[in-house]
Design a protein around this ligand. Structure first.
Ligand SMILES: [Zn+2]
Length: 133
C-alpha cells in the first residue's frame, strides 16, 4: 500500500484510519490534525509527523523527513511550479520523467530514515485513506 503524505490530502471529507501500535484501538483522524515535531536523531535534524492515540497517548508516526528528503521535496515543489508555468504558456510538459526520478529518490530517503527509526523503537503506522462523511 502506498504511504500517504498527510499534508497533501485536501478536503474535509478525507480521513485516515489506522490501528494504534500500542493499544491496537482503531483510530480515525482528520489528515489536517497530524502533529509535527522536530528531533535530533543520529546527529541529524528530523521532522516527524504523528497522530497521538486518544486512548493510550502513544505517538503513531506516519512520516519522517530529514534534510535530504526535504531537499528532494523542494526540488519537487520547484518542478511543479515550473510545470504550472509551462502549462499556462501552452507548452507541453517535459518534466514528468524528472518528477518520477525525484519521487524515487524521495521515497528511498524516507524509507531508509523510517527503517532506522523503526529499529530505534519508533512506532510507524500504515494509514488507510477513507471517506469520512
Ligand atoms: Zn493507543
Amino acid at each position: 500500500m502506498e504511504k500517504i503524505v498527510s499534508t497533501t490530502i485536501k478536503g474535509d471529507k478525507m480521513k485516515v484510519r489506522f490501528s494504534c501500535k500500542k493499544c491496537l484501538v482503531s483510530q480515525t483522524e482528520n489528515p489536517q490534525d497530524v502533529k509535527k515535531e522536530q528531533q535530533i536523531f543520529n546527529g541529524q535534524s528530523i521532522e516527524l509527523m504523528y497522530y497521538e492515540c486518544p486512548v493510550c497517548r502513544n505517538k503513531n508516526y506516519v512520516q519522517a523527513d530529514n534534510t535530504q528528503s526535504k531537499e528532494w521535496l523542494t526540488k519537487m515543489f520547484m518542478l511543479t511550479k515550473q510545470q504550472i508555468g509551462a502549462n499556462r504558456a501552452g507548452r507541453r510538459g517535459k518534466n514528468a520523467g524528472k518528477a518520477k526520478k525525484i519521487q524515487i529518490h524521495l521515497r528511498k530517503v524516507r524509507n531508509e530514515l523510517q527503517n532506522e527509526l523503526e529499529n530505534a523503537g519508533y512506532n510507524f503506522v500504515e494509514c488507510e485513506v477513507i471517506n469520512g462523511d
